[in-house]
Design a protein around this ligand. Sequence first.
Ligand SMILES: O=P(O)(O)OC[C@H]1O[C@H](O[C@H]2O[C@H](CO)[C@@H](O)[C@H](O)[C@H]2O)[C@H](O)[C@@H](O)[C@@H]1O
Length: 287
Amino acid sequence: MHILKLFGFYNRTEFALHLSTDMCSTTGDLEEYVTKYLEGSSNLSLLLDYDGTLTPIVAHPDLATIPPETKDVLERLSQIPEIFVAIISGRAVDNVKSMVGVDTITYAGNHGLEVLYPDGSRYNHQLPSNFDDQLKELIAKLEKKVVRDGAWIENKGSTLTFHYRATPEPLKETIRQEAEKIIQEANFKIGKAHMAIEVRPKVEWNKGSIALLLLEKKYGNNWNKETKVIFIGDDTTDEDAMKALKGNAATFRIAKCDAMKTNAEKIISSTDNVIEILKLVDKYFKK
Ligand SMILES: O=P(O)(O)OC[C@H]1O[C@H](O[C@H]2O[C@H](CO)[C@@H](O)[C@H](O)[C@H]2O)[C@H](O)[C@@H](O)[C@@H]1O
């Protein structure tokens, strides 16, 4: 007998659904979960993704402005001495800082390849020696073949995003496949994103690596004994951080609560839940 049937599940879908329904949070749940996680903590590291987490996904990256309520609570939290706030984004670091507009936060951009600290100092991860030329060549190829029908390139210096959100529905899949082929042939890493392809250099560095680096820098090698950690993200690249923090953090993934495979501890359904979590943190540290 198949192992799933042995446990009373008819098929894989039914099993996956069972798993994810259990993980899906209701508002009451969320309050209980966050409060319980924070119980007895004297400090907290709050690591947050930007697009799709602090701001809903919209038609164009320039339109993804942060809701004033989210900005207010982030500003308050980042001024509490016991809380370390970092935003870890796929955007270029200066761009994500200008979108959020809070100076007291640490910003990691380009999936962790660059960091901008509140004191103005920076970290830049080492890129392959001929990277700039390779990127230029890739951009030229993409422009020639697939920058059409609404598809466009967001050049972020050490990574790029190929956006096809504005491409008419019947052409989307063809353009995505063509672009992926070109990117793969040019020897870059490919990541799935919302109506976009994340293009990164072939280096072993991701949102998980930068999350660990930031925590070590702030709290030392034994950071997991020194701080509680909350990570929230909504996308495939955020899974790297959820995986790296496994067992040492409360991690949340924004997603539809159906058959979702994730490294996060909890699935939440929207950016509203993110504000709710931030407010629960604020309430806890105000006590
Ligand atoms: O790591 P994140 O902060 O989540 O950034 C991931 C990418 O987000 C942006 O693109 C996505 O959001 C846009 C605005 O809502 C949307 O129009 C686009 O379709 C999404 O893919 C951003 O433009 C990228 O640079 C980031 O890598």
